[in-house]
Design a binder for this molecule. Structure first.
Ligand code: ASP
Ligand code: MG
Length: 420
């Protein structure tokens, strides 16, 4: 069994969906689990929809934009306007509408998951129907019924043992020669009470990793709009290099520091079972791409650099000019944890603790407000955090040129720089 993951860009319009079919046609013999994200920028649009619902501004316009976007794809993929898929899609859209009719609760994260999950439900329903109509028989699976999480909405933590049981019993691989294809959603799961959760933005990769782990897949392929894992983000840099082969460990480091190609949680379960992970181009599916596996023989061949933008650098010190000691650190970490703000880099001196963090601005503002009760807090907005793996001084100089360096940390393999 192989696991494929197609992200939003690979199903962003009708042409892209047809390309997914073309890729599946290249694997006529394999049993497949195909994990798909919401189409194009649907998740962002659904986020806007929730924001307008919560702020009680007019959500009609954005709702129509989402409806229209999917209708256009449907029209192009399904010439028969009486096909069942039109009713299936409409049903999901009506369900979204129903949620929006309810009084907005103040539990933002909960509402978010209930609404945003429809992006994946819509996309997988459309792709599955299109494949079935065009000679690729497949079964659509509701990932909400399989992936069990706790009730940390917007960042569900996986209950591995229940998820494993659910997936193993729902997916059977036929032992005879008939080929089995499953199509399912990335990113979404459910709580023990049956309420929908999501795994965090870009979490579909992680879903692919979960299915692969539970089914002891032969390998996983993440199909991307880039030729593989690159040493820098091609959005910002011209001369990027592809990493042909890297180890799980290196991939975890790169993803953790913010290389946006793979969701950081994806790799660990694969490493645990030694399942290779390929990152390949959905535009050139025949090309090699990147392979992520156990051997680290090629890890140091290429210098990689990763930018995290829109970061805040906080500097936190006791109000009474005393030193930063363990109990201060404990309180500071607790406050970060309560506000669900992740620390991307930290450093302390005698009288202050500095942390570089990103993510939702409202979380950071609430964190600063809370910390300010007990500490004096200074902060620098809009800083960048640069990580260079396998660095050399030339690369550091080149990438920090013209910038004000606020913090620099070096370990043997990695240089990390907060700059403005
Ligand atoms: N659709 C979700 C997102 O855009 C999950 C994913 O794409 O992996 O964040
Ligand atoms: Mg996406």
């Amino acid at each position: 069994m192989k696991v494929f993951k197609f992200g939003g860009a690979s199903v962003k319009d009708a042409k892209a969906v047809k390309n997914v079919k073309r890729i599946l046609d290249l694997y006529p013999k394999d049993n497949l689990i195909v994990v798909i994200s919401a189409m194009g920028k649907t998740t962002n649009a659904l986020e806007e929809l929730i924001a307008s619902h919560i702020n009680q501004t007019d959500s009609n316009q954005i709702y129509h934009k989402i409806t229209l976007f999917h209708a256009e794809i449907l029209n192009e993929l399904f010439p028969n306007k009486t096909a069942k898929i039109y009713r299936d899609v409409d049903q999901f859209l009506q369900q979204i509408k129903k949620i929006l009719k309810e009084e907005p609760t103040d539990h933002y994260d909960y509402i978010y998951d209930q609404v945003v999950s429809y992006g994946e439900l819509l996309s997988t329903t459309i792709v599955s129907a299109f494949l079935n109509e065009n000679g690729i028989d497949n079964n659509w699976l509701d990932a909400r019924k399989l992936i069990r999480t706790d009730n940390t909405y917007r960042e569900g933590k996986i209950d591995w043992s229940t998820t494993n049981k659910n997936i193993k019993s729902a997916l059977s691989v036929s032992q005879n020669s008939t080929k089995t294809i499953y199509v399912t959603q990335g990113f979404i799961g459910h709580t023990a009470e049956g309420l929908t959760t999501t795994l965090g933005r870009e979490g579909s990769d992680f879903t692919a990793g979960i299915f692969a782990y539970c089914m002891d897949a032969k390998d996983v392929t993440i199909w991307k709009d880039v030729p593989g894992m690159l040493n820098a983000d091609p959005k910002w840099f011209e001369d990027t290099e592809k990493l042909d082969e890297i180890s799980y460990k290196e991939a975890i480091e790169l993803a953790y520091y913010g290389a946006s190609v793979i969701h950081p949680k994806t790799i660990k379960p694969l490493q645990n079972k030694q399942i290779p992970l390929f990152v390949k181009s959905f535009l050139q599916p025949e090309n090699e791409g990147t392979i992520i596996q156990a051997s680290n023989r090629s890890d140091r061949l290429v210098t990689s650099y990763i930018f995290k933008r829109k970061q805040v650098l906080l500097s936190i010190s006791p109000k009474d000019f005393s030193f930063i000691v363990e109990h201060n650190l404990r309180d500071i970490f607790n406050t970060f944890h309560e506000h669900r703000v992740k620390i991307n880099l930290m450093q302390n001196s005698a009288i202050s603790f500095s942390a570089c963090a990103g993510g939702d601005r409202f979380r950071i503002d609430a964190l600063i407000e809370d910390l300010s009760r007990s500490f004096s807090v200074k902060y620098n907005n809009q800083v960048e955090l640069l990580t260079i793996r396998h660095y050399d001084q030339d690369t550091i100089d080149r990438l920090t040129e013209g910038k004000e360096v606020l913090v620099i940390q070096r370990s043997r393999q990695t240089a990390r720089i907060v700059m403005k």
